[in-house]
Write a new protein. Structure first.
Length: 258
């Protein structure tokens, strides 16, 4: 891809984040053909966006040429007792996770960082929800690298109460219940990697070696314990992590800008 095509693809993907509708896939000349082109489009999105990066999503690599990594913009990160997001197929789509919030900067570093240095930089751990939005039509034929360039269905992050650091680091399996009024959905949650914190080490080292700076306050999510959960807007919602805690919130539909 040319630099111009990368910038054009990034601009188009940013516009889809505001539209709140399902789109066809990118034009052929704008489609990334490999992981490097997808990550270059992500970088261009970060450069073109008026907002700074406030967090990241990641997993340990799926294979040598399929990584799960994407920036989360600050304006889409929320706390409190309400959460505003665009509907997806008419409902709220969330993924229950644990987020690790940096308390120190980790500047770009060609040598990367040790686990001890990264552990020292993690300031707090929280229950969290990744906010999901599939921006492409089901029949679009979109492929993995296009999804990666777009941020892998992410539309934001909700950060819940803080949890004990040791428990957050050692959590691999946990029962999670999402309750709205008289309807409860319970899941025998299993983290997709060995433990919730393990992808943080990979993310920090991979991205800082690419020249990315991490800043205090950025929140890193590392994979859902139970996949996507669908719930309704405008209903009192309780999210319970057995043995870790629970919190209440209400989801409010966000208006698209188109």
């Amino acid at each position: 891809m040319t630099d111009l095509n990368i910038k054009e693809a990034a601009k188009e993907l940013l516009s889809l984040r505001e539209a709140g509708t399902k789109s066809a896939r990118l034009s052929e000349h704008l489609r990334p053909r490999n992981m490097e082109e997808a990550l270059q489009i992500q970088s261009s999105m970060m450069e073109q966006h008026s907002d700074k990066v406030g967090g990241w999503k990641c997993l340990l690599p799926l294979s040598d040429d399929e990584f799960v990594v994407a920036p989360i913009f600050s304006e889409t990160i929320q706390r409190g007792d309400t959460c505003s997001l665009l509907k997806d197929n008419g409902v709220v789509r969330i993924e229950p996770e644990i987020t690790f919030v940096l308390g120190k900067d980790l500047p770009a570093n060609a040598d990367g960082y040790s686990e001890d240095q990264i552990n020292e930089a993690i300031g707090s751990c929280h229950m969290a929800l990744e906010l999901m939005q599939d921006r492409f039509a089901d029949d679009s034929g979109i492929e993995f690298y296009e999804k990666l360039a777009d941020g892998l269905v992410n539309q934001g992050l909700f950060i819940g109460p803080e949890i004990e650091r040791e428990k957050a680091f050692n959590t691999a399996k946990i029962d999670i219940t999402v309750t709205q009024e008289n309807k409860a959905q319970t899941f025998a949650g299993v983290h997709p990697n060995a433990a919730a914190h393990s992808p943080v080490y990979w993310l920090i080292n991979y991205m800082t070696r690419r020249g990315v700076d991490f800043h205090a306050g950025e929140a890193i999510i590392t994979g859902s314990f139970c996949g996507i959960v669908e719930v309704e807007f405008d209903a009192p919602t309780t999210v319970t992590y057995e043995g870790l805690g629970e919190y209440q919130l209400r989801f409010i539909e966000k208006s698209s800008k188109t």
